[in-house]
Design a binder for this molecule. Structure first.
Ligand SMILES: [Fe+2]
Ligand SMILES: [Fe+2]
Length: 335
């Protein structure tokens, strides 16, 4: 049996198409998506359509990432319409508007911008708005399309709202193969390559035979006790300094699972161009410059901005633009 697992597309259509093409040629028995299809990138609608349409047609397994949760939450309101908090999370609202069909047309390049509240890192910044609240549903009376269709605005929002925390199956040997977005501790408590065995044990409990995750954007293959733990890395925004798209090929043969992380080159200049051409950067404000810098550098930057500047910005002591300029300068990055 062969299972392909991908995660953390983050609205990067060029990387997604490259990964899906590679998966198709590998011909797996099943495809799994471990969340964070959207947010922090310029093509949320097209990426969600691609994944949801195929998931429905081919019985893919899908779960919710923390970024789906953010976008659905902020898209329905729950945020001010001006001020520092608005400036920091407006990119998430932009993403929601794309999904809900409130700007542009279905299937077209997205046109608007936003910024992400949390980060896939160890830090749970106090400045990162995060809540398990589930968003209100869209009023389907506004939409003439059937909500069963992933092409309809209502369909996309509802499909994301319905995604579960975890997905499991029983393999040919009668053992559990499980997928969650970050870890069993929650959708922001990720698994890192340098986690201790004790930490890893805690994050996978109750331990299945195989646990596949995403979220940290750092691929790894480890065993702890009798469990195989695989972080499949990120399709759209790797943070391990390797900018190539990542996904995992899981194979069950001779009574055991083995894993391989696949890395794929794709046209990153084209992906960067989409940040500009879609209107994402223009409409999202200065926070989106951090997101683009993370993409260019293939490393995590936003947690450091929260650590060093969020309090000053949220308190009105420093404009967001100045904080981003200073932070990028601190990091030695031309912004
Ligand atoms: Fe992510
Ligand atoms: Fe995540």
């Amino acid at each position: 049996m062969k299972i392909a697992v991908f995660a953390d597309v983050h609205s990067n259509l060029d990387a997604l198409e490259t990964v899906l093409d590679h998966i198709d040629r590998w011909r797996p028995d099943r495809v799994l998506c471990a969340g964070d299809i959207i947010n922090r990138g310029p093509n949320p609608r097209a990426c969600t359509e691609r994944v949801v349409r195929r998931a429905m047609a081919e019985d893919w397994g899908m779960i919710c990432g923390n970024h789906e949760r953010y976008v659905l939450k902020y898209g329905k309101g729950n945020l001010p319409d001006h001020g520092p908090e608005f400036e920091i999370i407006r990119h998430a609202k932009w993403t929601y508007d794309q999904l809900a069909g409130q700007t542009g047309q279905a299937g077209q390049a997205d046109r608007t911008g936003q910024a992400g509240p949390d980060s896939p890192d160890r830090m749970d910044s106090a400045g990162c708005p995060d809540s398990p609240d589930s968003p209100d549903r869209m009023d389907s009376a506004d939409c003439p399309d059937s909500p069963d269709s992933p092409d309809s605005p209502d369909g996309l929002v509802e499909r994301l709202e319905a995604l579960p925390f975890q997905w499991s199956m029983t393999d040919e040997a009668g053992n559990e193969f499980r997928m969650v977005h970050a870890s069993m501790l929650g959708d922001r408590k990720g698994i890192f390559p340098d986690d201790t065995e004790a930490a890893l044990r805690e994050k996978i409990a109750p331990a299945p035979k195989v646990l596949v995750v995403g979220h940290t954007h750092r691929p790894l293959i480890r065993t702890v006790d009798d469990a195989l733990v695989v972080n499949v890395g990120a399709v759209g925004a790797p943070f391990d300094r390797d900018p190539r798209a990542a996904y995992a090929q899981m194979t069950f043969e001779s009574g055991a699972w083995k894993a391989e992380i696949i890395r794929l080159e794709y046209d990153r200049e084209r992906a960067i161009a989409h940040f500009y051409e879609s209107g994402y950067l223009e409409d999202s404000g200065d926070f989106a410059r951090l997101i683009l810098a993370e993409f260019r550098e293939a490393r995590s930057l936003i947690p450091g901005w929260y650590r060093d500047y969020a309090e000053q910005v949220m308190g009105g002591d420093l404009p967001l633009k100045a904080s981003v300029d200073r932070y990028l300068d601190d990091c030695g990055i031309d912004g």
